[in-house]
Design a protein around this ligand. Sequence first.
Ligand SMILES: NCCCC(=O)N[C@@H](Cc1c[nH]cn1)C(=O)O
Ligand SMILES: [Zn+2]
Ligand SMILES: [Zn+2]
Length: 473
Amino acid sequence: MTQLDSIFSHVDQNSADYVRRLGEAVAIKSVSGDAHHRPEVVKMANYIISWMDKLGVSHTSHDPGFQELDGSQVKLPPIILGTYGTDPAKKTVLVYGHYDVQPALKSDGWTSDPFTLVEDEQGRLFGRGSTDDKAPILSWLWVIEAHQKLGVDLPVNIKMCFEGMEESGSEGLDELIVQEAKGYFKGTDYVCISDNYWLGKTRPCLTYGLRGIAYYKLTIAGPAKDLHSGVFGGTVHEPMTDLFAIMSKLVAPDGKILVPGIYDQVRPLTDKERGTYNGIDFALPDYEGAVGGKVVIQDNEHEVLMSRWRYPSLSLHGIEGAFYSAGAKTVIPAKVTGKFSIRLVPDMDPAEVHRLVSTFIASEHAKLNSKTVCTVEPLHGARAWLADPEGPSYAAASKAVQRVFGVKPDLTREGGSIPVTLTFQENLGVSVLLLPMGAADDGAHSINEKIDKKNYIEGIKLLATYLHEVASA
Ligand SMILES: NCCCC(=O)N[C@@H](Cc1c[nH]cn1)C(=O)O
Ligand SMILES: [Zn+2]
Ligand SMILES: [Zn+2]
């Protein structure tokens, strides 16, 4: 029996323990976006630290300071930096993950309490944070534990960077990475992140690209206070009318962004890149299933994937200050703020996108001949990330997938944004790999988030195998 075979059978034998521990973690309501839950985020940090202590992982906790949240100053949760092994003869793999979660209420439509891990008869483990990102970060610890229990030498040094603010802008993380690039992070050979999902439900993937984002607030202000539409309607410029007029000019119903110049920055599609879409395990009906309706714009698989991965998109998210309750309130809102974002792709620059967006909105507002005041404010931005999927880390991960799952992984990109990938790549100068455990239907951020027990258990084996493969890469 090889070392990995014995690790695999140990993982299988201990699967009930791994599920029980995931249940302990899910029960900690580490919602970073809500000030009231901040003590629970810290509790989750302490849960991880207690496991690091048990496993002999040395660690430091970095305090990123305070943030303004719901009108008060709230202390940020720690960024935990762990170190397991410092053998100069071994490669060093830095793993990143997050221990905070999205908000969840049973009343949102969950079929069970979101913070109680529930296993159904199909082996699906439901609970907030189950797949995003508690199972993956815990799995790195279980890999260390399995090696210790079996007396198998871990063939790499591991550094761990676990944050508690990923779902709320990763406050303080970039600064710490820049500051510690030649300190704690020095000596990192590869970065591996397990915080995304397979493209479908059955075939694992390795992810080498993400879109960036430019998020905007567009505010139109008019009267000093909300007005009665019967008394003032027809006599004043209405902020909501102007906001609708401008927001309707940003994007067409077919998804085309209407801001002039936006597509000029997009990297042209080459034949080589076009070829990378061949053979990817992705079917339109499955995608429509994930969407939950027949509203997909494109009519073939390659176009859908390209629209998600390599072209920008503009989404209108919401309007702050507008009347939205039941009933028929006859109000003219005094000030409204539209929220929208543009997903950025290689080679789009957030500063240039901001220049184009603000110039366009100012000119569209001027065309309205309205006396309202229009302001555009960028909330946050991140460039797209694209890695070379042909390096040794990707080769090791591909071998690991084949060993654990018996199939070659798809090489995928994603439409979402994980800005820290680029921060690691640029500041540490090493290859970054996204190695997901969860499946496309896990429902991260949504109601009834889950991870399949099979994905969790085989995922632990996958991470262990990757470390063994990358050791000799
Ligand atoms: N599957 C990986 C995507 C992770 C994710 O959901 N990231 C968020 C990050 C973000 C950016 N602005 C607000 N949140 C995303 O929306 O892409
Ligand atoms: Zn995540
Ligand atoms: Zn998330």
